[in-house]
Design a protein around this ligand. Structure first.
Ligand SMILES: [Zn+2]
Length: 423
């Protein structure tokens, strides 16, 4: 079915003057210098009026099955350490029902769409407590919302893969249609078991021909540093370009020589590094013995990874749940946190932030993307003329277009009785 859309007078990043973007059948058909008048014909027209049109955001790491669990928590459930929170979560997960999980996830997806997100990779707990309930819910939702959002599901073994039955559940998740093998080596009890956890992720990935995304090194404790093993394993298995490591915070805590060697290995294994700025900073953890510091946290060595040619992509991580009681699905907000904490504030660095929040995530998900003729029309029109203004402003996204169709737009009432005017 033809779904023609015409975006007029749009500003494109890095280009002089304004452009008109013609969209047909879900793809950008042409980009031409802006005409003074709208084109003839029966087209759906968006008047960008000089505002910036840019790629849609890709939220590469979140947990939709846990989203909004905050509202099911009583104060005593809000624990202090990461380990305690994981235990509390089990109590909530035992009550999971398919429709309830879908409802929470759907609400947050809609919120992300409003925030300009056109594709999401979500982790979904697959473990002896949740079993496959959350995955089945999200698989249904993926189909139901296919016209509005691109959704990828990563089966996430929140309780490890060594427990009895845990690996079998992960394999069943792959058969049911999970897109990615998730991992969390930290939950295993010894270093040998954590390495074995990673080995098993590769075995499952090979068997089902899937990419891997493992959450590693969630705190700035140099003693919790398994990233080098993941990189080594990806190289040894010949799985270059197929493994992602999320968080990698300890990389900021080890000494510079160790970090440099590890970054080299990460780049050689063509791994993706995924960061979730707000959650990275807040993650609470018990103080390991012998580490005399306050329970602060940090963000991985983003600039050094980028300089080494590693792909770095960005996600929001948890939204209003036991691990992160805030969040609204805004990638602009995450970019702001990252810009501030890493001091990435020059124009070039702001471009890198936008890349991490869109193009890099799309590459991790293996999606086509770009503002050019022939590419899928997944784009947003900001209520701003430049990327810096979009980042500094109130975060309003005027139009969100996914697969050539407008999925949401922001309105303000200009005056009573007047038609709403798009801002
Ligand atoms: Zn996460």
């Amino acid at each position: 079915m033809d779904s023609s859309l015409y975006i007029r007078q749009a500003r494109l990043h890095g280009q002089e003057g304004l452009s008109d973007i013609a969209v047909r059948n879900g793809r950008i058909a042409s980009i031409e210098p802006a005409r003074p008048e709208p084109p003839p014909g029966n087209l759906s027209v968006i008047d960008a009026a000089g505002r910036l049109a840019d790629r849609g955001f890709v939220n590469i790491h979140t947990h939709l099955d846990k989203a909004n669990l905050l509202y099911r928590m009583t104060p005593e459930l809000f624990g202090g350490t990461l380990e305690e929170n994981r235990e509390f979560l089990k109590r909530l997960k035992r009550a999971y029902r398919k429709e309830e999980v879908k409802e929470r996830a759907r609400t947050v997806i809609e919120e992300m769409i409003t925030n300009g997100v056109t594709a999401i990779r979500t982790q979904v707990d697959v473990d002896p407590t949740a079993r496959l309930a959350a995955l089945e819910a999200l698989l249904e939702l993926k189909q139901e919302m296919a016209s509005r959002i691109t959704l990828q599901l990563s089966a996430f073994p929140q309780e490890g893969v060594l427990k009895a039955g845990a690996r079998e559940l992960m394999e069943e998740a792959m058969r049911l249609g999970a897109d990615v093998v998730g991992g969390l080596p930290l939950v295993e009890s010894s270093w040998d078991d954590r390495r074995r956890h990673i080995d098993i992720l590769f075995e499952i990935a090979r068997r089902f021909d899937r990419d891997i995304e493992a959450q590693v090194d969630e705190s700035n404790n140099p003693q919790e540093f398994i990233l080098p093993y993941l990189a080594e394993k990806a190289l040894a298995e010949g799985m270059q370009g197929r493994a992602s490591a999320t968080h990698c915070i300890a990389l900021s805590a080890v000494d510079d020589a160790v970090a440099a060697r590890t970054i080299e290995a990460v780049a050689a294994a063509e791994m993706n590094v995924i960061i979730t700025p707000s959650c990275n900073l807040i993650t609470r953890f018990g103080l390991p013995e012998g580490v005399a510091s306050r329970p602060n946290n940090s963000i991985t060595r983003v600039k050094e990874l980028l300089a080494a040619g590693a792909r770095v992509a960005m996600g929001t991580d948890n939204i209003r749940d036991i691990f992160y009681p805030l969040g609204n699905g805004s990638m602009l907000r995450e970019m702001h946190v990252l810009a501030t904490t890493t001091r990435m504030t020059t124009n070039d660095e702001i471009d890198r932030l936008f890349e991490m929040a869109s193009a890099s995530g799309a590459a991790v998900m293996r999606l086509e993307s770009g503002i050019e003729a022939g590419k899928p029309a997944d784009l947003v029109v900001f209520d701003a003329a430049t990327r810096r203004d979009a980042l500094c402003g109130p975060g309003v996204i005027s139009h969100v277009i996914r697969n050539g169709r407008e999925t949401t737009r922001s309105y303000i009432l200009t005056k009573e009785g007047d038609d709403t005017q798009c801002r």
